[in-house]
Design a protein around this ligand. Structure first.
Ligand SMILES: [Ca+2]
Length: 84
């Protein structure tokens, strides 16, 4: 049982470490190279949603918490103006 738990933790750590490699700019929701009001707007449109909700947009769930909330809005806002 400990080996399985250790393997799951190792896999989770690997996913966290590798994610930035696949997504050079994870806060650029619309993937246009700039984090701006369009990205904030996309997250805002999905605000309060969750999988199955009519406004659900998985791209707006920045922290992958299965809900779009202030954490997601705040995260995109903190990176406002960055380019990638
Ligand atoms: Ca953008």
């Amino acid at each position: 049982m400990k080996k399985i738990l250790f393997a799951l933790l190792a896999l989770a750590s690997l996913v966290v470490l590798v994610f930035p490699v696949f997504s050079s700019c994870p806060y650029d929701v619309n993937d246009d190279g700039t984090i701006d009001m369009r990205d904030v707007g996309i997250v805002g449109q999905a605000f309060g949603s969750y999988p199955g909700h009519s406004r659900w947009n998985p791209l707006a769930d920045i922290d992958n918490s299965t809900k779009v909330d202030m954490v997601d809005v705040g995260t995109v806002a903190r990176h406002f103006g960055e380019t990638c």
